[in-house]
Design a protein around this ligand. Structure first.
Ligand SMILES: [Zn+2]
Length: 261
């Protein structure tokens, strides 16, 4: 596995046709009997279709209900592609209910930018939301039940391999090692002692000691952790590696997480 060396000051890799990805996700989800809904973003209608797609997989007597989101940063294509692959392959644990937002930043992808089309980082807007995307996402989340676990799929252009963040204040059985062990055969793990300015707990695993109330800008994971779940993972694929490897990493990590949950 070779690193590309493209990314020097930010992500410089390929982008994706997000509308095509979402069309394929939607038709596969419908074929497999998922329920879908959209929250509309009238404030962004001048940017073309900016609706947010949500998919629900209902199962009888679910062992757990997991939430997965992807595509909140428009320069991180592996997340929506991982969701596309998993929904088309349709190999889910039989007793896990799912709620999936496959792309939270619909206007950022055509521009291949982290931010949305008005220049806002949606993943810093969950404390006092100003963007229509996040305002609508939170309004919709407030209508949802709590989740047994939440997963946010990301990429990091600076990292030396895959890594994850875990928020697990109640010391529930951790999924972190199962995720990293499943990713290792398909993608390098970032073995650095410090990643993104934080000390690692084990190779590729960051367990930040944070008090979200002290942080001025909340990412989605902090909102979920405060309001919707007590077990949260942010998976980071290394975006200086080829896109298929990053997609494989997120798919392998998610499959292990759901099997272990
Ligand atoms: Zn990201």
């Amino acid at each position: 596995m070779q690193r590309l060396g493209f990314n020097r000051t930010g992500y410089s890799g390929e982008s994706i046709d997000i509308h095509g990805v979402l069309r394929r996700i939607e038709s596969a989800a419908l074929a497999f009997g998922w329920r879908w809904e959209r929250f509309t973003l009238p404030q962004l209608s001048h940017h073309g279709t900016a609706d947010t797609l949500v998919l629900h997989r209902h199962v009888e007597r679910a062992r757990a209900h997991a939430y997965i989101s992807a595509g909140i940063h428009g320069d991180e294509p592996a997340g929506p592609l991982a969701m596309e692959r998993m929904i088309i392959e349709n190999r889910w644990p039989a007793d896990i209910a799912l709620t999936i937002c496959p792309c939270l930043n619909r206007t950022g992808f055509p521009l291949n930018t982290r931010e949305n089309s008005t220049g806002n980082d949606l993943n810093r807007d969950y404390k006092h939301p100003r963007t229509p995307e996040v305002q609508n996402h939170i309004a919709w989340l407030e209508t949802q039940p709590s989740f047994d676990a939440a997963f946010c799929l990301h990429e990091d252009w600076e990292s030396h391999g895959f890594y994850l963040y875990e928020l697990n204040p109640d010391q529930r059985p951790s999924l972190a090692r199962a995720i990293v062990d499943a990713v290792r055969p398909v993608c390098p793990i970032d073995e650095s002692a410090m990643i993104d300015g934080r000390e690692t707990h084990a190779p590729g695993i960051i367990i930040p000691q944070i008090d979200p109330t002290l942080r001025p800008d909340w990412p989605e994971a902090f909102y979920l952790f405060q309001k919707k779940t007590r077990l949260s993972y942010t998976l980071e694929a290394p975006s200086d590696w080829p896109l298929p490897i990053r997609v494989n990493a997120l798919v392998a990590g998610m499959r292990a997480a759901l099997a272990t949950l």
